[in-house]
Design a protein around this ligand. Structure first.
Ligand code: HMG
Ligand code: MG
Length: 306
């Protein structure tokens, strides 16, 4: 094993806002296309540098995001902000490119059982599906992010060996993904386990190419995040209003709320470039559109203090 990569210098943390994708993909009632567009435009105005806009997956598998092309075509993209979208295969890549997508994300898992339920493929089969996507993306000048799900536990398999997480992250990096997001899909992790997992991956993939992605099912997401910041990660996925969950991960609840993450980071003296008040407004706006209270503690606290 190569020694761990050095902790990235600097106090800037890039937040990858996954609300429009991970946040909405599991909503039962159809969210209007215009609301999805407004959500992304509001998020753009907060100063976020990366906003995952939608998914070009099978509409039979994720009906909520069947309007991916319409959404992507209607948003107001700000130069300097990235708008990645999920693609599971070349069909998704073709659909995404047809509407001018400039960054895509491929996704697989460290658990065979989850991957089969989520994308109907073994881990190796999914990597083979990504190979032509990565090759075409390199040729087209398109950036590709990679996700590894179930890094701290699987709803079907239970424990997931660290060696499997490291192997899959390494494969995605070797394939050409510029960044690998390590996903605690069902939010079962705790801080020491999260930090150990990140350290193990960072021994094989540079820390600067890693991101963490926590769901908050057991209320551990911020604690896990803090542990991983201490280890050196500087890219964090989060969803405004704490929306989210994967339809193919039994028991998965929302992502860690972006507002809570920004509050934590600013409190630690780290920079994000994000306007917290605008973000919290957006979270409350989204919650109102979805007919519920915001899932962000910070969003609630700021509203109460106003
Ligand atoms: P399959 O049924 O095995 O696919 O699904 P297939 O290749 O046999 O194709 C079946 C039909 O789907 C065909 O159409 C294809 O053309 C069509 P038909 O001939 O029946 O009319 N099709 C497509 N249509 C539109 N866009 C496409 C596409 N591909 C095939 N891209 C497949 C395999 C991968 C397509 C399916 O399983 C799928 O779309 N899965 C997506 C599941 C998903 O989106 N899950 C949530 C995201 S992952 C997540 O949330 C975790 C994450 O947040 C990190 C974490 O938390 O850990 C990222
Ligand atoms: Mg997720």
């Amino acid at each position: 094993m190569t020694p761990p990569s050095p902790t990235p210098a600097g106090d800037f943390v890039r937040i990858v806002e996954v609300g429009p994708r991970d946040g909405l993909q599991n909503e039962k009632a159809q969210v209007a296309t215009a609301d999805k567009v407004e959500l992304i435009d509001r998020l753009t105005r907060t100063g976020l540098l990366s906003i995952e806009a939608t998914s070009f997956v099978s509409p039979k598998w994720v009906p909520q995001l069947a309007d991916a092309a319409e959404v992507f075509s209607a948003i107001h993209r700000r130069p300097g902000t990235a708008y990645p979208v999920l693609v599971p295969n070349e069909t998704g890549y073709d659909r995404a490119r047809a509407v001018g997508v400039e960054e895509v994300a491929v996704f697989t898992a460290a658990s065979e059982a989850f991957n089969r339920k989520n994308i109907n493929a073994s881990i190796d089969e999914s990597i083979e599906r990504f190979r032509p996507v990565l090759a075409r993306a390199a040729n087209d000048g398109i950036r590709v992010r990679g996700y590894v799900s179930t890094v701290l536990g699987c709803p079907y398999q239970g424990d997931v060996p660290l060696t499997d997480v490291v192997r899959v992250a390494k494969q995605l990096h070797a394939l050409g993904c510029y960044e690998i997001s390590l996903g605690d899909t069902i939010g079962v992790g705790t801080p020491h386990k999260a930090a150990d997992m990140l350290k193990a991956v960072a021994a094989e993939v540079p820390m600067a190419a890693l991101a963490v992605h926590f769901h908050d099912t057991y209320g551990q997401a911020l604690a896990n995040l803090l542990a991983c910041l201490d280890v050196g990660v500087r890219v964090v996925d989060a969803a405004v209003s704490g929306a989210g969950g994967c339809p193919y991960a039994k028991g998965a609840s929302g992502n860690v709320a972006s507002e809570d993450v920004v509050y934590l980071l600013h409190g630690l003296g780290l920079r994000t470039g994000v306007d917290l008040d605008l973000l919290a407004d957006t979270g409350r706006w989204l919650a109102a559109r979805l007919g519920r209270e915001t899932g962000s503690r910070v969003g609630k606290a700021l509203a109460a203090a106003a």
